[in-house]
Design a protein around this ligand. Structure first.
Ligand code: MN
Length: 251
């Protein structure tokens, strides 16, 4: 549920409670719900989801200015480009973002590359903000068990993941993807390609575009990769894992 939806429901419930009381006259003073947001993270017109934590939350692994530029400028540009590309394509606007990515072949060639790059960028970054903002540490619960089962150990996963992310030539991502059975796999993708195009839902992933780390780490991508694990929000990742097994993990 989005924050806006939650706010609307809370206001709605308050209004009902007042209407049922002897203070019904006060109903008129219940604030009008705020207007619907201009866009949604998951449906056209798309919008950048607000961070659920402060820009400095991932310090010292990721500096505040990088978070601001990355979220407010880079991610916003993917969203703006995606909305512009879909402006005259009503049928594509109705597609859920994962379906759009999974069926890029159905996107008219005139906008296919633009949609690929920017829908992928939007999906990847929406996931990226969500899985960070935590204290890092070791994964527990179902995810912890699955990591040990599918990668041997958490240490082995980190080592293999960082190696895959280091090998990405130029810009791209490393991801852990999850299937309906809860099995985890490691994949790397160039540019803004998303596993949603061919390999299914992403449990978590890391951005190795230079804009993700250059201000603090310059050319030292391995240092960024090593530090990034301290930002992960394992309880949030566990929620994503449960959602994936239930079949409703989207971005
Ligand atoms: Mn990025």
């Amino acid at each position: 549920m989005t924050a806006a939806t939650r706010r609307t429901l809370l206001i709605g419930a308050g209004g009902l409670a007042l209407a049922g009381s002897r203070l019904a006259a006060q109903v008129q003073t219940v604030p009008v719900p705020p207007p619907a947001p201009a866009g949604s993270p998951t449906a056209y017109p798309y919008a950048v989801p607000p961070l659920s934590y402060a820009y400095d939350r991932n310090e010292p692994s990721i500096d505040t200015l990088t978070m601001q530029l990355h979220h407010d400028r880079h991610h916003a540009a993917y969203v703006s480009n995606l909305n512009a590309a879909l402006k005259d394509y009503g049928e594509l606007q109705k597609q859920p973002l994962p379906a759009l990515l999974a069926r890029l072949g159905d996107v008219p060639e005139a906008i296919r590359t633009t949609v690929r790059n920017n829908a992928g960028g939007h999906a990847n970054h929406t996931m990226y903000w969500q899985v960070m903002g935590g204290p890092g540490g070791d994964p527990a619960g179902g995810v912890g068990t699955a990591i040990t089962r599918d990668f041997g150990s958490f240490e082995k996963l980190k080592s293999d993941f960082n190696a895959a992310a280091t090998r990405v030539f130029g810009s791209g991502w490393a991801f852990v993807v999850v299937d309906r059975a809860g099995k985890l796999s490691l994949v790397a993708r160039p540019n803004q390609d998303s596993p949603l195009m061919d390999a299914g839902p992403v449990l978590f992933g890391n951005d190795v575009w230079e804009h993700a780390y250059y201000l603090k780490y310059q050319n030292r991508r391995p240092d960024y990769l090593a530090a990034w694990w301290a930002t992960l929000n394992w309880p949030r990742i566990e929620e994503r894992y449960e959602a994936a097994k239930a079949g409703f993990l989207t971005l």
